[in-house]
Design a protein around this ligand. Structure first.
Ligand SMILES: CC(C)(COP(=O)(O)OP(=O)(O)OC[C@H]1O[C@@H](n2cnc3c(N)ncnc32)[C@H](O)[C@@H]1OP(=O)(O)O)[C@@H](O)C(=O)NCCC(=O)NCCS
Length: 182
């Protein structure tokens, strides 16, 4: 049984299970899901990412949790917190992030899982502030940031994205612990 970290009315946020691997490989190979990333991901890249995510959760007690729907028990992607260390004027910091399969968009699942993740960060982990960032073109992701009460801090050039890339410029959002009712 995978460890359950968080539960919302419609979702379970839990540790990853072997059964999540194949649907996550398919998600990361979907050009629509990956529209605002430099590229889609190969099976090998996705498996390596799962190892990094699960290793981080095992070591830190939080991370990008696997998200499961309660109604059909399906794995639909991830939402959660991560520690970001690339070089910029706001790092190192804790980030909140999300990625769901296309058929699960437009139902409020990302926002529901993100709200629970913020409460976990501010409550259980005692964090003071949480950041989020995405390509300036990724309106759906920016909307989630706004809906969970984050404030726009500005834009920045993501140092890990190649110069000249369509997704180089990112919006940066932040929320402080005292802005969120625990
Ligand atoms: C970013 C992403 C997670 C957002 O997903 P999403 O489903 O649009 O986000 P939400 O969970 O907030 O759902 C909002 C939508 O659900 C609708 N909705 C339906 N039922 C709802 C409910 N019960 N509660 C809340 N919203 C509901 C809202 O009206 C809204 O629809 P709209 O976008 O047409 O206005 C998704 O687009 C994604 O995975 N993208 C690819 C990966 C990615 O870019 N990740 C971010 C990189 S930093």
């Amino acid at each position: 049984m995978a460890r359950i970290f968080l539960e919302t009315p419609r979702l379970i946020l839990r540790d990853w299970q072997p059964g999540d691997h194949e649907p996550y490989v398919v998600m990361n190979a979907d050009p629509e899901v990956m529209e605002f990333f430099p590229s889609t991901m190969t099976r090998e890249q996705t498996m390596a990412q799962i190892s990094r995510i699960t290793g981080f959760i095992a070591g830190n007690g939080y991370g990008f949790f696997a998200v499961e729907r309660k109604d059909n028990r399906q794995f639909i992607g991830f939402t959660g917190l991560s520690y970001v260390t690339f070089k910029s004027d706001f790092t190192p910091c804790t980030e909140i992030g999300w990625r769901l399969s296309k058929t699960n968009w437009g139902q409020g699942f990302a926002t529901e899982a993100a709200e629970a993740s913020l409460r976990y960060g501010f409550g259980h982990l005692g964090l003071k502030e949480i950041f989020s960032f995405t390509s300036v073109h990724n309106q759906r992701s920016e909307n989630v940031m706004k809906k969970i009460g984050m404030q726009k801090m500005g834009t920045f050039e993501h140092p890990l994205v190649s110069d000249g890339s369509f997704v180089k410029e990112h919006v940066l959002y932040k929320i402080a612990r005292d802005e969120k009712l625990l």
